[in-house]
Design a protein around this ligand. Structure first.
Ligand SMILES: Cc1ncc(COP(=O)(O)O)c(C=O)c1O
Length: 425
């Protein structure tokens, strides 16, 4: 490759400029430390400072955290530094601290956490790992992300399991009744999302897991939107597995996730995917018959091979960033922005249909809606023209729109969307 002085100077200048901004933002992020104090969710000065920790451009209004959470500078910097260290020194590094850090963050034990690349991978490990036979029934919602239905659909094709489904109801109590009504002597699994991607309602997972336990069923939870949005205590929640990611509400690097498998459930979830690190290294191809090793007594039995250490360093930094502010403060702030969004949508009366429940326990940071007189896809295009990012929801013929808000958002961001809606609703 020939040396191009002009492009070299351009990229070096860009790097230097970025580093300065990053350094200032990283220093500012430290000032956000709350030391466990409760921050008012309406303390706009504090939340404005939080916003400064993100490199998000002001040209776009980002209301789509449900798809992925943009990372703050300290996370980006942690990944950058870890990559530089590894590549400069030729040192592979380590991700050993990450499962323990995630475990503490979500109320689990270190050995209950498997590192994954995304939610889908965690769901696949759990789905394929549970022993099921032809005719066994699995309960899903009608609101699944493809990541929590295609693995089960494949098992339907390959193993003859039967998928039963319920539609989440406007209240937690009614949702529980709908699930209970599906349970019969062939039911084996309740595989439900904590927060469906479609309209963001928070499902009563603790009660669902208790129901599963009472009926002798496995509870395999798609927790894509749980970690970082809610104060999670997985032991208290009582699920058998919980698949989540760091790249949505935890604001971590994209392509990082984790699967929780309850300690006492690990031997039930079979290991179908092997590689370096999954066992005690006592395998021997020279012996006859070939000797296998013993699976790791931890979530490591489900993942093997070279890992993206720098990204996991970024996951650690994202947990530090969240804990600096406090997950309770974050939850309160984003729930309050979610309520503000609901209230603004409800002001439109029958011109707009809010499809997310207003019940206190069933709502948080994600809201779905339909516009009576406009095709959802058309409005989505208008949003792109106005540089507003939301998500259109085609899943299950819902033909709706989804708006999700995190700590880098403020009321003005929501108002911008509402002003656009006024033009078309
Ligand atoms: C509820 C739900 N489940 C699963 C997924 C899949 O997540 P990932 O892309 O991390 O595999 C998503 C992604 O948006 C989701 O919203």
């Amino acid at each position: 490759m020939s040396y191009n002085r002009r492009s070299f100077i351009k990229s070096a200048t860009a790097l230097a400029a970025l580093s300065l901004t990053e350094l200032q933002a990283i220093a500012a992020a430290k000032e956000l430390k709350t030391d466990g104090k409760i921050i008012d969710e309406h303390d706009e000065a504090y939340w404005h400072n939080v916003r400064q920790s993100f490199p998000l451009t002001k040209d776009w209004t980002y209301l789509n955290n449900g798809t992925f959470g943009p990372s703050p500078y300290p996370v980006i910097e942690a990944v950058h530094v870890a990559m530089m260290d590894a590549d400069r020194e030729g040192n592979y590094g380590s991700y050993d601290s990450t499962p323990g850090k995630i475990a503490k963050f979500v109320g689990a034990n270190d050995n209950e956490i498997t590192l994954t690349h995304n939610v889908t991978e965690g769901i696949n490990i759990a789905c394929w790992g549970v022993p099921l036979k032809k005719g066994d029934e699995v309960i899903l919602t009608t609101h699944e992300h493809i990541g929590n239905c295609s693995p089960w659909m494949s098992r339907q094709k390959l193993h003859g399991i039967v998928i039963r489904k319920y539609t989440p109801a406007p209240t937690a109590a009614e949702t529980l009744e709908r699930i209970a009504a599906l349970i019969n002597k062939r039911t084996r699994v309740i595989a439900t999302p904590h927060i469906p991607c479609t309209q963001g309602q928070v499902l009563p997972i603790k009660e669902i897991c208790q129901l599963a336990k009472d009926k002798g069923l496995f509870s395999l939870i798609d927790g894509a939107h749980g970690a970082g949005m809610l104060e999670l205590d997985l032991h208290d929640l009582g699920c058998d597995t919980y698949a989540s990611c760091s790249h949505k509400w935890m604001l971590g690097p994209k392509g990082t996730g984790f699967l929780y498998v309850k300690d006492s459930f690990r031997d039930t979830v079979q290991t179908y995917y092997g590689g370096a690190g999954i066992d005690d290294g006592k395998w021997d191809l020279m012996s006859d018959p070939v000797k296998t090793g013993n699976y790791a007594p931890s979530g490591h039995r489900y993942f093997g091979g070279t890992q993206a250490n720098a990204l996991y360093t970024g996951v650690n930094a994202s947990i530090d960033f969240i804990e600096n502010i406090g997950i309770k403060n974050i939850h309160n702030r984003i729930k309050s922005l979610g309520k503000y969004t609901q209230d603004r949508l409800l002001e439109f009366g029958d011109k707009i249909e809010l499809i997310t429940p207003t019940e206190e326990r069933s709502r948080c940071a994600v809201n779905g809606f339909r516009i009576k007189n406009m095709d959802y896809q058309k409005f989505f295009e208008k949003c792109v023209e106005s540089k507003i990012r939301i998500r259109s929801v085609a899943e299950c013929g819902l033909n709706s729109l989804r708006v999700s808000t995190h700590i880098y958002n403020n009321h003005a961001d929501v108002d911008k969307l509402m002003e656009l809606l006024k033009k078309y609703a």
